[in-house]
Design a protein around this ligand. Structure first.
Ligand code: NDP
Length: 234
């Protein structure tokens, strides 16, 4: 069955791979893009997730084009790494605002339609750093850990309406986000994986697509690692 899917930050990286994975199985996919053009072959809505009016407009555009959103992948995210003692407050706040508060805003805009339809799938893209912590990423880890508490609480609120809420926690995935990671940090992270390699965006996309599928109908409140074994035990 073809579903209406919205992926925030779907113009590159993990979000784009996820959009392509849903599109490949025939879903009606929309992605948000902040600037530039939408990716080729996908329906794009311009949206800055930190701007509530922009989110409202984007969700409405998707409703008009494809109908009410049935699957939401909240993926847009940023990093502003720095040791806490040297971190500007604005950088801490910007990361929490984009990664946590904006995800909450998008979910709030979309979930009422799912409640009406008595069916929905929400997947929140967190990070292994939420569980294991990461030096230089107190802001990022706090924002991503917040998504876990948020998601699990939401799952309890909407479960009776046949809406599942799951969180994925990727490890080191080859995207623009990690291109500035130093070789030393990268080697350290990879040495802690069981697979001794970084992941590809498509390997996260496949898990997200599964969580939105009928095969995952009894999976909710989950925190699903896609880490190659990094952070195992957390
Ligand atoms: P990228 O930097 O490649 O992509 C980030 C995406 O988020 C872009 O599409 C970007 O849009 C979008 N975005 C950021 N801020 C906003 C905003 N204010 N409004 C709208 N869109 C925004 O990163 P990844 O693909 O790697 O990251 C995707 C998600 O996965 C993030 O939440 C990240 O934290 C998480 N993650 C990534 C890991 C990795 O190793 N790569 C590991 C763990 C988690 P634009 O193009 O306009 O900037």
């Amino acid at each position: 069955m073809s579903r209406t899917v919205l992926i925030t930050g779907g113009n590159r990286g993990i979000g784009l791979a996820t959009a392509r994975a849903f599109a490949a199985q025939g879903d009606k996919v929309a992605v948000t893009h902040r600037t530039g053009e939408p990716p080729e072959g996908l329906f794009g809505v311009r949206c800055d997730v930190t701007d509530p009016e922009s989110v409202r407009r984007a969700v409405e555009q998707v409703r008009i084009q494809h109908g009410p959103i049935e699957v939401l992948v909240s993926n847009a995210g940023i990093t502003r790494d720095q040791l806490l003692v040297a971190m500007e407050d604005t950088d801490f706040r910007a990361v929490v605002e984009t990664n946590l508060l904006s995800a909450v805003g998008v979910v709030k805009e979309v979930v009422p339609d799912m409640i009406k339809a008595r069916w929905g799938r929400v997947v929140l893209v967190s990070s292994v750093g939420a569980l294991a912590g990461a030096p230089g990423q107190t802001n990022y880890a706090a924002s991503k850990a917040g998504l876990i508490g948020f998601g699990r609480s939401l799952a309890l609120e909407v479960g009776r309406r046949n809406i599942t809420v799951n969180v994925v926690t990727p490890g080191l995935i080859e995207t623009d986000m990690v291109k500035d990671v130093t070789d030393a940090r990268r080697d350290h992270l990879l040495s802690q994986t069981s697979l001794f390699r970084a992941g590809r965006p498509e390997e996260v996309a496949g898990v997200i697509r599964f969580l939105a599928s009928d095969d995952a109908s009894y999976v909710t409140s989950g925190v699903i690692p896609v880490t190659g074994g990094l952070g195992v035990g957390h």
